[in-house]
Design a protein around this ligand. Sequence first.
Ligand SMILES: NCC(=O)CCC(=O)O
Ligand SMILES: [Mg+2]
Length: 337
Amino acid sequence: MTQDWPRHDMSFLSGHRLRRTRQAEWSRAMVRETSLAPSDLIWPLFVIEGDNEKTAIRTMPGVERLSVDLLVEAARAAREAGIPALALFPNTPDHLRSDNAAEAYNPDNLMCRALRAIKDAVPDIGLIADVALDEYSSDGQDGLVRDGEILNDETVAVMVKSALAQARAGADIIAPSDMMDGRVAAIRAALDENGFEHVQIMAYSAKYASCFYGPFREAVGSGSRLKGDKRTYQMDFANSDEALREIEQDIAEGADSIMVKPGLPYLDVVRRARDAFNIPIYAYQVSGEYAMIEMAGAAGAIDRDAAVLESLWAFKRAGANGILTYFALEMARRLGR
Ligand SMILES: NCC(=O)CCC(=O)O
Ligand SMILES: [Mg+2]
């Protein structure tokens, strides 16, 4: 039985009713301003030594580190689901980590072997190689350390060698995530001098010193080593004008695309970057963001599947061209091609 409630006089609306276009799914689809597709999703993967090995990451339920052979299978699945590119992160065995991080430019290090194996088996997926020293250094810092200081120019020299090793192994995109000054120009020059003019640089330009990287450090095995913090090179979370200066500098140095990281708490930075620069912008939904969604979902606090979709779409609304996300494979499959 329909109730006959009294109606308020809405004539002040003069016919402007914004709910009109929301009444049916066809109409909501028609007025939708942004889209989310598999091609928006970049899948970060953790690599370990071994054969047919996978290990769980306690703080990232559902994510596993994979040995190179399993990584190749993951790459195939990703390609099949329409994911354009993978971002690789090695978990270097302890005995190969050192103060000088020399393993970073060993042409047969875990990263280079993974790049070669995937390039060989799945040639039409893009490979993004992380360049930073935290995955190879004794102390979990992204740069070389002397008397507690993170050295800039000396670190850049190692990163250049690391990037060249990765390019030789088949990396399509070099992604410096260290936040040293001037590393984009240095890597660009070295790539060009060595015949890798076609290799792109995706610069982690606005990377904040953030607590949201916690689970990642467990995943690559650098967390327990890390003394102190990364605030002398990663950005202060109080700032966003400075992010624009970082991005501007990386573009001037030759970056093909830039990144904002973490993601969801920094969508204002994504939006400011979108408004200020016409370059591809990627955002990284980092490990702590992943863990929050998974764990809140498991606790019954939120609808996990809905949260994954809503969170990823928010990046597109903010103006990102794509998202690095641990949900990439699942989401690409859900979205279809
Ligand atoms: N270069 C990658 C990171 O530093 C962290 C990513 C994450 O927390 O997922
Ligand atoms: Mg910079």
